[in-house]
Design a protein around this ligand. Structure first.
Ligand code: B3K
Ligand code: ZN
Length: 887
């Protein structure tokens, strides 16, 4: 496997400094050490002589001393795996420069100079997919966060903003399309049959937003007129053959452009907006100015090959990257500790956009499920960090659910406290005040304070403290005064490096329901600011039912258990759809936690299941619900979320109890599930909400039937598979069959593979369905798939499709033998030399040993130690393994 790990080759150097230096020992970067850059680069002209295995890069920098910084006579330029091919200063070839590790140091006498540096890079050997790399014969870049330094030497930090002029030339047959940021300014043919193009980006930007793409690509084109009348040419470039699957992405882009004008008053600012889809990509997409580069996964869709979930994800990610044009590009980050400034805010913006495009409550439920599934575990584990971290070794490790999703929740709380109109005044002020600047989270908070008229003094703790606050709520009814006292207590748990926490301001949308009428007396926004605080409500002659954190107004855990009768009441009556969902979740959580911890005897277990069954039956029969929402209400809480509720994680018991409940519901509501499956199967395909809801429920019915009546589930899944006219139905049916031990499983898997051979995104699904399956042989299947001819370690989508699905498969990953842990550790060790940042993403599942029962905890630690002992590990993986072992 190490054959594939060849790093980008440095070029021949004209100076003695070419000797390869060993990688520098990991250094810790600290937020409070920020200093402004000593030198600025107002202009850069880049010239690329393109070739797959040897691209020559000539970089012309105008450099000027920064009057606002401590003067330094030495210019330090970041590099990574580069050597200087030639260097000149003010027109003179020079060799009086030196290397410090991978950085280039140049002593400079004056206040401004013109610097020309040549480097040569090997894109084909760049398996890390950071910097300039080759993907399926095309060339493309990924520079965030620190990839630009793998192309040329540069002050590769987000607070150095430059105007970019890019020229590239290359073989016309291999690279017919030549793209970069900004506007195309010229193009032409060279005498030798090659061609060239020049692009100019008028908007100063940091190096992480630079992009270049060259390859054989076809475009889906459209146009958009901004509200002030600018005509923008839109293009989505894909490999020939894929252009028929770009219409949904184009519709999503146009909808995003309209939405950002309406919702935030933000207009697009160039004549061209280009998107390119590439199949080898570490992340989901990248917001390079005017030239977004996307993972194909978030562009390509048609009903036959993409699920409804894929359609939603595409709309969300296209929106997200587009919204970055303002929240990220026009106003960028001063340093990488401020990452949530652009990511948290942009996630909030894409969530708001998607909510408006579809069902707001369903979107809210989905977002909270992601937060609880990914961010809550991060916040309670060894990798916990505040949304604005204080230190890092490798910034790639901080593109986390905390920075992104909790970051969005923190800004969402500002919207809740301010109200939408005042919040908009705050964001208008933020964009006005900081346009063209590299800003900080503090700048954002201040603008919201000034614009929205909020005092966020204490609220700043949300940026400083890690950990999910836990709230206890106690409502006491006073019959004499017909009032209720609600006492709220908060604790913020200790996290690595933060043993003691201060109380946070927590906005909790709250309502108290009158049991007799089924109504509340108006919702209130309670702001809990102290460790303990009481609120009084008048006008209740009987004890009310408490509905708290409605709409999930704060990213906290409500620790107090409500009586089952109250949860059943809220599941039926709450007029806040999220609260209704939450009551259903809590009903199941409380039952399963009690079952797993041995608190239920046989009759209590049966009683609990009956209560849940009755709530399910009521939801299935409720004609006031739409099917998308009904689908949410009948999803059981995931095993990861359930484990969060336990003091000691017992994965086998959680799995067994959850499956037993599913089987009980499958059996006792068998008639209802069959009727539901029949009803939904009759709804014809369309992208309308009703049809999507039907598809969602169709597969959910199969899930419960598979647990309760496998023979019936096989019959129905096979029929659904054979009749499928869309990927949502086909995938749902295949998932069901995959989990069962029946010859229909192999037949359907073989058919699916043959039917979609060559379509990488669909073959990814084929891998994921098997690795993530409930099938008791999932470990065996995963090991076999790792040797399948379609498996490759060099394509991140394929690696994730197999191994992320496996790591998220609770029963297979947590096999008592430790084999699941070993499989992931082996993967990390094998993948690390090829793609360190992707390898490091697999560490966190192994890091959750502290709360695990002792047998598995020991096995997990042993695997982490085995990884740590591997020589030559990347900085990415080293940091994650060290933090995970420290606990
Ligand atoms: N800003 C990019 C993330 C790039 C990841 C680099 N390791 C995608 C996004 O959040 O929009
Ligand atoms: Zn983003």
């Amino acid at each position: 496997m190490n054959d594939l790990a060849t790093p980008p080759s440095p070029t021949v150097s004209t100076s003695p400094a070419e000797t390869a230096s060993p990688p520098p020992a990991p250094t810790v970067v600290r937020r409070l050490d920020y200093r402004p850059p000593a030198w600025l680069v107002p202009d850069i002209a880049l010239d690329f002589a393109l070739s797959l295995d040897s691209t020559r890069v000539t970089s012309r920098l105008r450099i000027e001393r920064n009057p606002d910084a401590e003067p330094e006579t030495t210019l330090r330029l970041d590099g990574d795996g580069l050597a200087v091919a030639s260097l000149s200063i003010d027109g003179q070839l020079r060799n009086d420069w030196r290397m410090d590790g991978s950085d280039l140091l140049i002593d400079l006498a004056g206040d401004a100079h013109d610097l020309v540096i040549e480097t040569v890079v090997n894109p084909a050997a760049n398996t890390q997919l950071s910097g300039l790399y080759a993907s399926n014969g095309m060339l493309c870049t990924q520079c965030e966060a620190e990839g630009f330094r793998r192309i040329t030497f540069f002050p590769d930090r987000p607070d150095v903003l430059s105007r970019y002029h890019v020229r590239m030339s290359g073989d016309k047959a291999a690279f017919p399309v030549l793209l970069s940021n900004g506007n195309p300014v010229a193009q032409g043919d060279n005498a030798d049959g090659s061609h060239w193009a020049e692009w100019d980006d008028p908007w100063p930007k940091p190096s992480y937003l630079f992009a270049l793409v060259a390859g054989e690509l076809l475009a889906n084109r459209a146009s958009f007129t901004t509200r002030s009348g600018r005509d923008v040419s839109l293009a989505i470039f894909v490999r020939p053959g894929d252009e028929t699957r770009t219409d949904h992405a184009m519709r999503s882009l146009i909808a995003s452009m309209t939405w950002d004008e309406d919702a935030y008053g933000r207009e697009y600012d160039l004549d061209d907006f280009n998107i390119v889809a590439v199949s080898d990509f570490n992340a989901g997409a990248m917001e390079n100015k005017g030239l977004n580069v996307f993972n194909t996964r978030y562009i390509l869709a048609d009903p036959e090959t993409a699920t409804d979930g894929d359609y939603d994800a595409i709309e969300g990610v296209v929106g997200h990257e587009y919204f970055h044009n303002w929240s990220g590009n026009r106003v960028t980050c001063r340093d990488w500790f401020q990452l949530s400034l652009k990511e948290g805010f942009t996630v909030l913006r894409d969530q708001q956009f998607s909510a408006e495009r579809g069902s707001p409550p369903v979107k809210r439920i989905e977002d909270v499920r992601i937060l609880r599934g990914s961010q809550f575990p991060e916040d309670s584990g060894p990798l916990a960090h505040p949304i604005r971290p204080d230190s890092y070794q490798e910034i790639s490790n901080f593109y986390t659910a905390t920075v992104y999703n909790k970051g969005a929740e923190v800004i969402r709380m500002m919207t809740v406290m301010a109200g939408p109109d005042a919040f908009r005044k705050g964001t208008d002020l933020y964009f006005d005040r900081h346009d063209g600047e590299a800003a900080t989270c503090e700048d954002f908070i201040k603008a919201i304070e000034d614009g929205a008229g909020l005092d966020l003094t204490q609220f700043r703790r949300w940026y400083e403290q890690a950990g999910t606050p836990r709230i206890e709520a106690e409502a006491v009814h006073h019959p004499a005064t017909q009032s209720v006292t609600l006492t709220l207590r908060q604790t913020v748990p200790a996290t690595p490096g933060q043993p003691d926490k201060q109380p946070m301001p927590i906005p909790l949308r709250t309502a108290l329901f009158d049991r007799a009428t089924g109504k509340h007396h108006g919702e209130q926004l309670l702001l809990l600011t102290d460790a303990e605080q009481s609120f009084t409500f008048a006008g209740y002659d009987t004890p009310p039912v408490l509905s708290i954190n409605r709409g999930f107004s704060a990213p906290v855990a409500i620790a107090t258990q409500l009586p089952t009768a109250d949860l059943l009441f809220l599941a039926e009556h709450d007029d806040d759809p999220f609260a209704r969902y939450e009551a259903m979740q809590q009903l199941v959580v409380q039952h399963l936690v009690a079952a797993v911890t041995g608190q239920l005897d046989a009759s209590a277990l049966e009683r609990g299941r009956r209560e849940i069954g009755e709530a399910f039956a009521a939801i299935l029969a409720d004609s006031g619900l739409d099917d998308l929402m009904r689908g949410e209400l009948v999803i059981l809480p995931g095993e990861g979320y359930l484990s969060e509720q336990l003091a000691v994680n017992e994965p086998a018991r959680i799995h067994a109890e959850r499956e037993a409940l599913k089987a009980w519901l499958g059996q006792h509501l068998g008639t209802e599930w069959r009727a539901l499956h029949d009803r939904c199967a009759a709804v014809p395909y369309s992208l309308e909400a009703a049809a999507r809801g039907a598809r969602k429920l169709k597969t959910q019915a199969l899930v419960y039937l598979a647990a309760g009546d496998p023979a019936e589930a096989v019959r129905r899944a096979k029929a659904q598979y054979d009749a499928a006219d869309c990927m949502t139905d086909r995938q749902g049916a295949l998932m069901t069959l995959c989990g069962l031990d029946d010859p229909a499983r192999e037949e359907a898997l073989a058919d699916f593979h043959d039917r979609f051979a060559g379509n990488a995104l669909v073959i990814d699904k084929w891998f994921s369905l098997q690795a993530g399956s409930l099938n008791p042989k999932a470990i065996e299947h995963t090991k076999a798939l790792a040797t399948h001819p379609d498996f490759t370690m060099t394509n991140p989508n394929r690696v994730r499709s197999l191994y992320m699905a496996f790591a998220a498969n609770p029963q297979a990953f947590n096999a008592a033998s430790g084999e699941g842990y070993r499989i992931i550790a082996d993967l990390i060790i094998a993948l690390d030399p090829i793609n360190g940042s992707t390898a490091a993403r697999f560490v966190s599942p192994l890091g959750r040993w502290k709360k695990m029962e002792p047998g598995r905890a020991k096995l997990m630690r042993a695997e982490l130690e085995r990884i740590a002992a591997t020589p030559g590990l990347s900085r990415d993986t080293t940091e994650q393994v060290q933090r995970s072992l420290a606990g």
